[in-house]
Design a binder for this molecule. Structure first.
Ligand code: ADE
Ligand code: ZN
Length: 333
């Protein structure tokens, strides 16, 4: 099963580029940019990565992002992820970035987007990995700050595919960001949002009803509302589930308790993704392996989850058809 999962063609739909900052790169960039870190050794970093909930992770994650200063830093980060993705047979990735995490500390939007975009282009040409960028608004900040980020993105409109909503979920309902999401949609961005990770099923409804999202990121708390599950199934609104993230942030205490298999069996379009792999113990292969082992997923389950990811992606019909036939061929071998 290990080799089978590793060699399987994959599509990743929930990945924060800032969450791919490995401790080794954090030290290298701190040195390159003459910055002090609160850690002296990799061991100290690993010791700090014991999270109790989403907020305890976010505090450390935003601190880590401080080492990203120049266009080259953003290029190196994106290039490293796309190489890793290629090694793991990820054929296409839809990648979040958090511009406000950088502009808020004096790094220009242009620096961020240029570094990410150049690596994205190089990965398409040199590795054959396609990708799309989704700009997330930080929900712990104000809707006005999100609007400012949207304004700053305007000169780079054609480089960014969608908008998302991330960061602290509790007490920050999607409704707060209704206006900025509608303005983004008027500009042609495709909307997605994190909802139902720690927050209630009600936030998933709000993201669908008020923000018009095409996918829900996480969404595992949807299980608490049978009408919502029905709606997700009927409308095939995908959930980008991140199993190792959910364990690390104590959304579920143990993989055997994770509800992805239950959601799959109910007919929800669930997918497997890595969220912040440098912080949560693994990329796509590690997420698939841990989920398969914890829930005893069959090859049929893995096929359906992989097919869901192709279907849930924002690729064109032709690219989807190509990936589907590659997947079918792989499973029929
Ligand atoms: N930003 C990075 N990872 C996140 C997560 N799992 N939830 C919300 N915001 C995030
Ligand atoms: Zn996320």
């Amino acid at each position: 099963m290990k080799k089978f999962i590793e060699n399987c063609p994959k599509v990743e739909l929930h990945l924060h580029i800032e969450g791919t900052l490995e401790p080794e790169m954090m030290f290298a960039l701190a040195q390159r940019n003459h910055l002090a870190l609160p850690y002296k050794t990799i061991r100290e970093v690993e010791d700090a990565y014991h999270f109790t909930n989403l907020q305890s992770f976010l505090d450390i994650y935003y601190q880590g992002a401080n080492v990203l200063q120049t266009e080259q830093d953003f290029y190196d980060l994106m290039w490293a992820y796309l190489n890793k993705a290629s090694e793991q047979n990820v054929r296409h990735a839809e990648i979040f970035f958090d511009p406000q995490t950088h502009t808020g500390r004096g790094i220009s939007f242009e620096t961020v987007i240029n570094g990410l975009s150049h690596a994205k282009q190089d990965a398409q040409h040199k590795l054959g990995v396609s990708s799309a960028l989704i700009m997330c608004f930080l929900r712990h900040l104000s809707p006005e700050a999100a609007q400012k980020a949207l304004d700053e993105a305007r000169p780079f409109r054609e480089l960014i595919f969608g908008v998302g909503l991330d960061s602290s979920e509790m007490d920050r309902p999607p409704v707060l960001f209704k206006d900025v999401f509608h303005r983004a949609m008027d500009e042609g961005y495709i909307p997605v949002a994190h909802a139902g990770e720690e927050g209630p099923a009600e936030y998933v409804w709000e993201a669908i009803d008020l923000l018009d999202v095409k996918r829900i990121d996480h969404g595992v708390r949807s299980i608490d509302d049978p009408n919502l599950v029905d709606f997700l199934v009927k409308n095939q609104i995908p959930l980008t589930v991140c199993p190792l993230s959910n364990i690390k942030l104590h959304v579920f205490e143990d993989m055997a308790e994770h509800n992805i298999k239950q959601l799959l069996d109910l007919g929800v379009c669930v997918t497997i993704n890595s969220d912040d792999p440098a912080y949560f113990g693994g990329y796509m292969n590690e997420n698939f392996l841990a989920t398969q082992a914890g829930l005893n997923l069959s090859k049929e389950d893995l096929y359906k989850i992989s097919l869901n990811a192709i279907q849930a992606s924002f690729l064109g019909e032709q690219e989807k058809a190509q990936l589907k036939s590659a997947l079918e061929e792989y499973f029929n071998e």
